[in-house]
Every structure is written in C-alpha cells, then in structure tokens.
Design a protein around this ligand. Sequence first.
Ligand code: SER
Length: 584
Amino acid sequence: MKAIEIRNKYLNFFERHGHKVIKSASLIPENDPSVLFTTAGMHPLVPYLLGEKHPEGTRLTDYQKCLRTVDIDEVGDNRHLTFFEMLGNWSLGDYFREESIQMSYDFLTQELNIPAEKISVTCFKGDKDAPKDETSAECWRKAGIPDERIYFYGKDDNWWIAGEEGPCGPDTEMFYDTGKEPCSKDCQPSCDCGKYVEIWNNVFMEYFKNPDGTYSKLKQKNVDTGLGLERMTMLLQGKETPFDTELFEPVMKVLKEKSNNDNIDSRRIVAEHLRSSIMIINDGGRPSNVDRGYILRRLLRRMTRHLNKLGIDLKELENLIDVSIDTLKEMYPDVLDNKSKIKNVIIEEKNKFMKTLKNGEKEFEKALNNIKQKGEDIISAEVVFNLYETYGFPPEMTVELANEYNVKVNIEDFDKLFREHQEKSRMANDQKFKGGLAEQNEMTIKYHTATHLLHKALQIVLGEHAVQKGSNITSERLRFDFANPQKVTPEELQEVEKIVNEQIKRNLEVTCEEMTLEEAKKSGAMGLFENKYGEKVKVYTIGDFSKEICGGPHVKNTSELGTFKIKKEEASSAGVRRIKAVLL
Ligand code: SER
C-alpha cells in the first residue's frame, strides 16, 4: 500500500466515525517565535486542547507535516527522519479511552489488515501524579489483545508532553512485531533491537503540567493520537527502511547511479535533507544564521557535503530536486507551484557554501595531519574555532568529519571560546549602538522604553498572541508591528493607550540584568529568542509590569516619558498589524 493510500484510508475511516478532516498546518508555527517548527500534530491544536472551541467541532482528523530537529545527526541510519507526516485523530472533550482504543484496533486490523497477533501495546504503569492505566489495558483486552502482549511502563515511555510544560497525559502505544528473532529472553516493545516498531500513540490528555512541575486537571478530557506515515508505509510494504519506499526510492536510485562510491549513509542523508529542505522552503522558510533559518542552512550544508562525498557533480542537484519534488507532489501539491522558488533557494545556498566547504575541508585535513604527526587523537578547540571564524566552517561539520576519521573534538572548550567571542562582539555592538544614539537625542531612548510598555499592554488587551514582529524608532515616533489576525478596534486602542499612560504615571523603575537565554526564558521574559543557546542576554524589567530581552538602552524611570499617544493603527502584512505612536 502506498503512503497516499494509507493517508486516505485513515482520513476516510475517521470521517466515517464522525470526524471532520482538517488540513495540515504549516511546518512553521504562526505567531509563535518560541518554537522553531511544528513537531507534532498537537502543536497547532493546543488552544483547543485547552478548551477553546474548534470551529469544526469536537472530533477532528488530520495529516500534519512535522519536523523534528533533535535527531539531525542521526539521519543516515536506517530509520531517523527529520521531516515526516503524522496522521492523527482528535477528541476535544468528546470520546475518551474506550472508543479511541477500539477505533485504533479496528483501523489497524480491518483497514490496514495487520494481523492482531502482530500487535503489542503498552500502557502507563502509574506513579504519584496519575494512577495505573488499567482502563486502557481493559479496553485492549476487550478489543482482542491478550494480557501477554500488554505491557506497563513509567513516564519515560508512556506519558506524552511537548516540552517541559503544557497539556499532557498517559498514553498507550501500539507496536508492530516485525517477526525478527527476539534479541534476548527479555525482549519487549521498549527494547531498541528492531523487533518491535512503535506505530501509533494515543495520548489521553487530561492533565496540564505547570511550570513548577505539579499537574492540574484540564477543563476537558482530550484524545491526541499520532501515527507516523513513513514508518507505517515501510512496515506495510515489508521494507527495512523508509528509504526503500516510494517516498525516497527514486532519489536514492539516482544517487546510487551517479555516485562513485557505495556510501549508503551519505545517500540517505542527501535524500532525507533534500526532502525536508524542500518542505521547509515550501512553507516559507529561508536559510539564515538564526533559529529555523539556521536549521535549514544546516540541512542544506550537510546535504551539499555528502553529495560531494558521494563524488556527485553538484550540477546534478537540480535534477535531484526535480526527482524529490516528484515524490512529494501527490501528497503536497503546492510543492509544484513553488518549484522554481525552491530550486533557487537550494542552488543559491549550495553555491554559497561550496567555497567554504572546499577551504574548510582542506584546512581540516591539514589539522588532522598535524595531530596525527604528533600522535594525538583530539582536535583542539582552537582549531575548531579557527575553522569557524576564518573559513566559516560550521563546528557541527568539523565534529562530523572528525567522527568519520575516528578522532575526537574538544567541543566543550570550543563552546567556551565561542561564548567569549560572542560576548566580545556583543559588547562592541552595544558600544556602537550607544555611540549612534548619542548623536541623536534622548527621544529614541524614551521611545525604546515606551515600546516595551506598548508590547506588554497589547498582550494584556489583545492576548498573548500579540507578539512583536518588528520595531522601528526615530526621534519623532515609534512604530511597532505585532501579530494580530484582525484590526484592533478603537476601544482596544484606547485601552492600550490608557494602560501605557498608567504605567508612566506609576513612576516605575527600569532595571537591567544579564543572564543566559535559558535563564531569561525561565524568568518569563518576553522577546524574540533569536540568540544562540548559552549566550548571555540583557533583560530589562519595568517595575512589576514588563520584562523583556533587549539590548537597550532605556530610561531610568517611566516618569521620564511624558504622555503616550497612538496616532495610527494599520495592516502591515498578513496577520501583522502596525501601530505608530508618539510621546508628547
Ligand atoms: N502527541 C503524540 C505524539 O506526538 C501523539 O500524537 O506522539
């Protein structure tokens, strides 16, 4: 069965069971600068899991494009993917365990014709936060899974949450028995040997994990299920890896024909990274040096290096993009509309990187010979830093190359060096910024502080979605762009203005602290988290009203600002509004 048929069967089955089919959301989460990519089907549905009414009702089914980046370095083995599709069915305070489990069982055994004896399941074994999930086990027994194929595990295996806090709950997972010999007499679904492959996860989402680590009950009991399409396709086709299915096979074939060696890992890396890059660019992502742009850049650079390693002429890339798009177009027809844009972005990034790659690899080889002559097997932090700073060669690539040559890298000291360097350039930048401002007048500093007050006031009046999308300050006015789906009403504008002026009158002190990005996030500071991991940032606090990551500078006390007045509210781009305001 082809992937598209599995998807159609899935959506039809759940439609017959009263679900409305909803389209996949973008890989790039809207209005959420804190998350890089959509990583699970639940991501776009969080507000509805928390109790907001979904316009399509309480039973939904979807096919969600997902991208998980934690495993980038694992791609190349026989199973890891960054981009994948997750099929899901959702109960938003509608059915719960019994119906969910029965539907999953029926879909697997009757629609996909998986023999019941190939299915094992796992349930939550219970702990201080939630009881043992006997109900799920009972539902499985009723559906037709005997006790010997029902396993109980703890939170590590049978509890689902996205990140550290938020909606969560115990889950029950279904495993497919590939028929391989058990690796030992204790071999069970939790074992990684490959005999059992997880195929579906039903989460019974009735809890919310609070920032302090405690759990509360949600307003409603939800079901969130996720079935990985690529994996299911591979299993149903009796293939060993997703790269042997129609989703990758045509690209893998061209790569094999065109390469001058038989490096299967490199072929998989190229095929996989090309596919995920196409999907990211298709959803509007572009390479850059921060956040999601950097992930895309990493994928494209790694792909380029492995193409090179396979000895494939980089002119082939255009043809490979065509072949990869061919494998995607049936499932995601919009890739065809965006084909030329996708090509341009990939080819341009490849061209930019080629010189860096050539020089970097040459320098790496020199360094390698150097340490070998000395009888050492570790590349120093200074060498990694030099490769990065002088040749633009990415540290993760140095690590990957070192692995290939069986030498180690002193990455801890590199991290230290890197941070020191960033701190120095940040201080230099601040200096420049201050210099620039001194030439103007004090107004820009005042507008800067007023912008923080406005940002917070907008979130109070419109909601937390109203995050900053852009800002521009002159000595005459401030201009602030923020996420909001519709026009802000005159009443709302009045309220925002009133809140800002109240804060000015409260004579609030403005203070500044330096902390790591992680500490800033924990402290609840707002801001676009564009800085790199581990880097120090400045957090400006205005009394008890606002806390925001920012380079500054700011006034010492809000009383310096005078009176705040909004002059104009207008559209800036889709889903983004713009406010112009002055201080009188
Ligand atoms: N949220 C769960 C997962 O991602 C089920 O969809 O596995």
